[in-house]
Design a protein around this ligand. Structure first.
Ligand code: SF4
Length: 292
């Protein structure tokens, strides 16, 4: 069967040739780990019964931004092949390790196999499943995750089609990301926490501020504020962009963001009144990039 799972619409048979994401029909996991560097409501702390997020980093990516910090796994498919049964067992193993949730990182191109794996462990997996995506999704594919995923952790990277084309070869990024977000909010319309403050259901919208492009960041916040009920999700504003991974030809991205740039975006987020997380600018260091 040909693959048109994401807006790239490659129409390739992934058993015979590769599409933009580089994935075959075999699920490849580059790494799994107890991950402590997600938003606080996803990882808990020393006071909570469960701790850390059970991250499964899938290999390959359908967006492949030029500045990606995880090029090692997004630019090519490498890692361990998992059967659907093996993937289901991996999720249960992570649950047994005491994590707060199963965090599916870059799951888009394996969404069919992920649903099959979750079907196998219905009733056994009792912690929330987090769909952690770049946002470049088809709304109808997100709809299929209803009943499987309760937490969506989605990026909203660009408003400008010029920027999304230049840095991610996806001129239609915003239109797909915003409509997919609408479906996520329909599936998980409000933030629900357990008594220890761990998120059980809801949507977190992440935005990584890029150097030079603060006006695009501000436009994204304005669009979010005007299109959706800002109390129905949390915003996670990130300052951790690091230029080390960006090729020299993209000169506007070859530096960190300045304090002025970040503060001007934060100011707009506060004015609109989003609830959520604002990353401290001191986090903009390569040492926070997970190693694979
Ligand atoms: S999931 Fe991969 S192969 Fe399928 S349409 Fe998207 S980029 Fe192409």
């Amino acid at each position: 069967m040909v693959c048109n799972l994401c807006p790239r619409n490659c129409s390739v048979d992934r058993c015979k040739s590769l599409g933009f994401c580089g994935a075959t029909n075999e699920v490849v996991v580059s790494k799994y780990m107890v991950h402590n560097w997600e938003e606080p409501c996803l990882v808990g702390d020393l006071t909570t019964t469960r701790r850390g997020s059970g991250a499964i980093f899938f290999s390959g990516c359908n967006l492949r931004c030029v500045y990606c910090q995880n090029k090692e796994i997004s630019g090519s498919v490498k890692g361990t092949v998992y059967s659907v049964e093996g993937l289901a067992d991996l999720m249960l193993d992570l649950q047994n390790m005491g994590v707060c949730n199963i965090n599916l990182v870059t799951p888009t191109h394996y969404s069919n196999q992920i649903r099959k794996a979750l079907d196998l462990i219905k009733g056994k997996l009792t912690i929330p499943v987090v769909y952690n995506t770049s946002g470049y999704e088809k709304p109808e594919e997100i709809e299929k995750m209803r009943g499987y995923v309760s937490v969506f952790l989605t990026d909203l990277k660009y408003f400008s089609s010029e920027l999304s084309q230049k840095y991610s070869r996806a001129s239609d990024y915003f239109e797909y990301a915003i409509e997919s977000l609408r479906v996520m909010l329909d599936i998980s319309p409000k933030m629900v926490f357990d008594k220890e403050g761990i998120l059980q259901s809801g949507v977190i919208v992440r935005h990584l501020c890029l150097p030079t492009h603060r006006q695009d960041s501000i436009r994204i916040l304005e669009e979010l504020g005007s299109r959706f009920d800002k109390d129905s999700f949390k915003l996670s504003l990130m300052s951790q962009y690091t230029p080390e991974f960006c090729p020299e030809e993209f000169s506007q991205l070859r530096r960190r963001i300045t304090t002025f740039e970040y503060e001007s975006v934060v100011k707009v987020a506060l004015r609109i009144g989003f609830d959520g997380y604002i990353q401290d600018k001191s986090s903009a260091s390569a040492k926070f990039t997970p190693r694979f």
